[in-house]
Design a protein around this ligand. Sequence first.
Ligand code: VAH
Length: 314
Amino acid sequence: KILIIGACGQIGTELTAKLRETYGVENVIASDIRKLENDVVNNGIFEVVNALDFNQIQNLVEQYQITDVYLMAALLSATAEKNPAFAWDLNMNSLFHVLNLAKDGKIQKIFWPSSIAVFGPTTPRENTPQYTVMEPSTVYGISKQAGERWCEYYNKQYGVDVRSIRYPGLISWSTEPGGGTTDYAVDIYHKAITDGKFTSFLSENSALPMMYMDDAIKATISIMQAPAEQIKIRSSYNLSAMSFTPKEVAEEIKKHYPSFTIDYDPDFRQKIADSWPASIDDSSAREDWGWKNDYDLENMTVEMFKNLKEYIYS
Ligand code: VAH
C-alpha cells in the first residue's frame, strides 16, 4: 500500500491519479495538509496530515499498513526565499520523519523529490553532470542538497530503500505550480489562450531545464518500480527532457497563436534562475533504470494547447 504526502500539490495531484490507476484506488492513500474539493480528495482515500507531525504520519502508516511513501510536501524555490526558516523546517523534517520510519522497518520504500536547484552558480551550466560542484545559493536548493546527503546516508548506514530524482521545471495543463522559479513556463500557455500576450518574470535568454508532467510522472513510477540493485545512486538522479528560454517557448507558441506577444520584466526570481543549470546530463538515469523522455518542446506545446482548450477553457 502506498501513502502520498502532499497529494494536492503540483506533482502530487497527477501522481496520485496515476498511482490509483496503476495500483488500484483501494491501495493508494492520498494525504495533504489541505482538504480541497478536487479529484485527489473525491476520487479515493484521503486523509488530512501535517508532514511535520511524526505521530500523524506513523499512525497513518500503521492504520493502512503502508509499504511505500511518496513525500511530495515541500516549499518551492521562490516561496522558500520569502520564508527561509519554515522552508528549512518543512523540507528537512518531513524527510527525517519518513526516513526514520523506514529505518525502524515500518515502511519499505521511499520516493523523495530533489531538484536541479541543488546546483549553484559555481556548477558548470551546460550539460551539468551527475557528479559536479554543488554549491546551491537558494534556501530551497540548500534543503534539497542536504536532503540528498541524508537519503544517501540512510541508505548506506541503515539500508533504507530511498529513491530520488532531480526534477527540472515541470509543465502541466491540469495542475498549477506553487511558488517556483520555473512557474512562468506554465503560465505562458494559459496567457497565450486567455490574453494573447505574456509578461515573463525571467529575461528572454534565461535557459532552464524543463519537462512535461507526463514524463515526470512516468520517471517517478519507473524509478520506484525498478529492482533495487538498478538504483545505484542513492542521493538523487539527474533527469532531463528539454531546455528552453522564455523567448524560445514564445516562438513555439507563435506557431499555434501567430499574434502572441511576449515582454520581459525580470524580478527576484531572475537571480535564482541565473544560479541554476541551463541543461542537464542525465545519462546515469538512462543507463541505470532505463529513463527515456517522450516529450520535447514541440510535442509538449501541442499537448498543452490541446488539453487546455479541451478541459480548461472549453
Ligand atoms: C522551482 N519548479 O522552480 C521548482 C523546481 C527546477 C526547479 O524545483 O522551484
